[in-house]
Design a protein around this ligand. Structure first.
Ligand SMILES: NC(=O)c1ccc[n+]([C@@H]2O[C@H](COP(=O)([O-])OP(=O)(O)OC[C@H]3O[C@@H](n4cnc5c(N)ncnc54)[C@H](OP(=O)(O)O)[C@@H]3O)[C@@H](O)[C@H]2O)c1
Length: 317
């Protein structure tokens, strides 16, 4: 059995963009991240109690894990939690591709266990889920979650783990003002009713909901996120303007309002922080209580934008 219940901070931190570091052409996000700057992010996060770090073997093909480990080097292993993922699409052809991918992640992360290990997507739930069991038994992974799974896939994974005395303790899906498929499909309710933590990713829609980017100031040219979001920025303007106004009343930003919204929905946002100042935003967001009317107004504006931001890796919930 998992020895201890999964306990996490109110907001988790995502490091997909960190995989860009040092990549020619600046990678998926077009971010210019430096080792020094990311160490500042880590120090500010750790000192503010944001100590859960989400990464994946595929983020920058290992680079995110490596850079994260370097930035966390001066902290004791017990001072932070690591969350990383098995991605079926890059599984090797050995006897146990899950154990193999985990070992490679542990090596890059410089540790002998991860706190939270995810099956990144539901490519073949019946094939991959059972391979988590020996890793839970050996303590190489402490807790298990599934990502991008729909209700039936979550239930199947839970049943498979349940036969060995374990359970799906967390779900990680795309969930933002613009993309509420998991809510409409009943996954948020399911998680609440079954004591499963729901982690929402891309709450800021990779920068498009931060208020920083607009048709006049688009996402970095040539990056993958620019290719997805720049053409819809005009449709998001009314929403981001309202988020900015709601934030201004509280000395906060549009990004803080997006995070506060995800918190108000009972989820644990995973925010892809890239700058130390973003941590100030998370502290503010944690203190914001949105009124019911504000939430309804923001959701109506998001629906009126009429955009579909489903990632190319996701299937409909
Ligand atoms: N399981 C999955 O399939 C999956 C898929 C996607 C993401 N994720 C996880 O979820 C995390 C979050 O998603 P994401 O990183 O793709 O996108 P995100 O959190 O929606 O947006 C991240 C971008 O927003 C800006 N930003 C971050 N924090 C901010 C703040 N507090 N205030 C203002 N701007 C801020 C940064 O852009 P600038 O650098 O341009 O300022 C950053 O690159 C990922 O890092 C990853 O860990 C998981």
């Amino acid at each position: 059995m998992t020895s201890e219940k999964l306990t996490v901070p109110a907001v988790a931190l995502g490091t997909w963009a960190w995989g860009d570091s040092g990549e020619a052409g600046e990678g998926y996000f077009g971010s210019r991240l430096t080792e020094y700057g990311l160490r500042e992010v880590v120090d500010k996060a750790q000192s503010n109690g944001f100590t859960l770090w989400d990464t994946a073997a595929v983020y920058g093909m290992g680079r995110s894990e490596t850079v994260l480990a370097r930035a966390l080097k001066s902290y004791d292993r017990g001072e932070y939690q690591l969350s990383t993922k098995f991605t079926p699409q890059i599984a090797g052809d050995g006897d146990d591709p899950v154990a193999d991918m985990l070992e490679q992640s542990l090596d890059r992360l410089g540790t002998d266990y991860v706190d939270l290990y995810w099956i990144h997507n539901p490519a073949d739930v019946a094939r991959w889920t059972p391979l988590l069991i020996p890793l839970l038994e050996s303590g190489r992974i402490r807790h298990v979650g599934v990502s991008n799974h729909n209700l039936a896939e979550i239930a199947l994974a839970d049943r498979i783990l349940g036969e060995a005395g374990f359970r799906v303790e967390a779900v990680q899906n795309h969930y933002s003002l613009l993309y509420r498929g998991s809510e409409r499909a009943g996954i948020l309710d399911h998680c609440r009713e079954h004591d499963v933590r729901f982690f929402s990713y891309m709450v800021l829609e990779q920068g498009a909901l931060t208020g920083r980017y607009s048709p006049a100031n688009p996402l970095p040219a040539g990056s993958s996120r620019a290719a997805v979001y720049n053409r819809i920025l005009p449709q998001l303007q009314a929403l981001t303007d309202r988020m900015t106004a709601i934030g201004a009343d509280r000395g906060a930003s549009a990004a803080d309002v997006a995070t506060a919204w995800a918190l108000a929905k009972g989820t644990t946002p995973i925010i892809g922080v890239t700058k130390a100042a973003h941590l100030d935003g998370l502290v503010r967001a944690h203190g914001i209580e949105l009124a019911g009317e504000e939430i309804a107004e923001l959701e109506a504006l998001a629906d009126a934008a009429g955009v579909d931001t489903r990632g190319s890796w996701e299937h409909a919930m």
